[in-house]
Design a protein around this ligand. Sequence first.
Ligand code: PLP
Length: 400
Amino acid sequence: MAFLADALSRVKPSATIAVAQKARELKAKGRDVIGLGAGEPDFDTPDNIKQAAIDAINRGETKYTPISGIPELRKAIAAKFKRENGLDYDWQQTIVGTGGKQILFNALMATLNPGDEVIIPAPYWVSYPEIVSLCSGTPVTVMTRQEDNFKLQPADLEKAITDKTKWFIFNSPSNPSGAAYTHDELKALTDVLLKHPHVWVLTDDMYEHLTYGDFKFATPVEVEPKLYDRTLTMNGVSKAYAMTGWRIGYAAGPLQLIKAMDMIQGQQTSGAASMAQWAAVEALNGPQDFIPRNKKIFEGRRDLVVSMLNQAKGISCPVPEGAFYVYPSCAGLIGKTAPTGKVIENDEDFVTELLESEGVAVVQGSAFGLGPNFRISYATSEEQLEEACRRIQRFCANCK
Ligand code: PLP
């Protein structure tokens, strides 16, 4: 339609939301559907965090805040980076946004010119290429491989860098694969980046607190301090503190970039919701004991799902280090005939047929740029996961 902006033609609607919608429609028709598409913890926000927001409202903290966030939260963010990541940021080098998504959007909006390239390893979070395109940049997808547990190899990063590369987006633990890079794996990538001083790093550490076993999280500037002047370290409270609806994300980086992001935010949403910011202060400064408790629960679910999926005919599922997703391959089912009589030609067919035959909603790998795979979110109860995996096993056995 001529009325709509050209920019709109460059973006796709979110496939994860589309799957959730399809599952809702089937449910409304009375079908028994298990949704494994959710990108959020199924836990409730801890009570102390909720109370901090209630107290803030009762104190009258209901007005506009500074664009980059209340100083109390920005100081808590600087303290968090020091305490947990060993990173030194002055609180003025931090910014609070309405979710990590806005941080990402504003950083790219503030820096991209038409023709600028942004390297995005696949499988990627669905929003990265879309936000890059909306901000006039060119997403450059770099494939990873299942045999490398979906971790980007240094030689592939090297090959993707051109004179036009502006950013490298790094996400560990990853949505959708759950892959998380060890210190050494990350060092191999930062060594490549050191050779290309014009490339900036946007690290999305949103799932930092969700890693399992004795895995130790690492972030680029911690591994390679020489990247400090060209890295934006992004994080948020959504996943670790079960606060997706509060919409608070944050980042720290070079002052000039933070100021540019502040300028954009000032003509856009201004400061994030005041009471949500006070809740985030409590999240970062308050007790952290529920994080290991939640991790234990997620870890048990991961092990259950990986083990049951690997018993399904034609499916192979690596063990991810973190987040709450697994990203199995359905390559063994391509070319087979589903119970409806339809031939499964790709992962989208697999996902559609699985939903049709067994009422299990997952997201096709093609939405995340790498297939034939599919993403399962295990942020749901063990009983539901067990039942869903049983249905997946039955579906696979029934594909001939
Ligand atoms: N980054 C990744 C990798 C995510 O998976 C998500 C949410 O799904 C976000 C960022 C955005 O989080 P927020 O809720 O803070 O906007």
